[in-house]
Design a binder for this molecule. Sequence first.
Ligand code: ADP
Ligand code: MG
Length: 288
Amino acid sequence: MRHSARSAGSRQAAGSPADPAPSAPGHGRGPAGAPAARAAGLTKVYGRDQTSVTALDSVDITFDRGRFTAIMGPSGSGKSTLMHCLAGLDSVSAGHVYIGDVDLSTLSDKRLTQLRRDRIGFIFQQFNLLPTLSAAENITLPLAIAGRKPDRAWMDAVVAAVGLADRLRHLPSELSGGQQQRVACARALVTRPEIVFADEPTGNLDSRSSAEVLSFLRHSVREFGQTIVMVTHDATAASYSDEVVFLADGRIVDAMPNPTADAVLDRMKHLDAARAGAPAGYHPGIEG
Ligand code: ADP
Ligand code: MG
């Protein structure tokens, strides 16, 4: 994962000496060398004139294949906006977003919908399973919508990895929160997407279920070469990633490879303190 981290007021171009060394090449699928996703000069402004809010301010970031990246930052720092723009769920005000080598701004609405369906996986905080479908039917729904047949061996591998082989006939209401989120993870992976975006995937789970879901996400990166970008405000969740990227006020201000929960908590404390302009207590778990 490469990005240009800069503090407010000091603009550094991508590739400047302040950049960390490029990460090892991913072992995922896709054209060799092409990153899974990339943003260049990504700016997002909500509203206009006096009431406008710059949610993202010229963000440059590259997600290499086969890597697990966590995005952290104080509430309102632009995490969800970044993820939505990267995933083609929201338009950008300036700059470009690429999935593989496709510039999303060049696509019609129809092509963009197809690209999201065929090349991107999503995991949401609220699981978003269809209540009347079984676990198995929920998992294969994206394939059904795309008119594709499940690849049996792949489906079995994913179901085994999420540990749901004996729950496939159950309805979501018959599953625990952790099991439901694991169904949602399997659903995100079953199409073999080039990249999976997860927004607070453990936000509604207890610590044990969170650990199961996060272990699966990391496993899918290590074993399947999956690329994952996860927004989280939880330092423990972030510690499962290969690298944490820190956002503040719509800018990438820092990054931490091979994170530990303690190191992430410490960095977040400093981010919040810098933002408040005075030393301030960080309250893990309090987030907007
Ligand atoms: P985070 O996910 O880090 O909490 P968001 O990306 O949701 O932050 O929001 C970044 C900034 O953009 C915030 O100031 C927020 O109030 C603003 N914002 C987000 N969505 C909208 C919207 N639809 N309309 C207006 N402002 C928005
Ligand atoms: Mg958010």
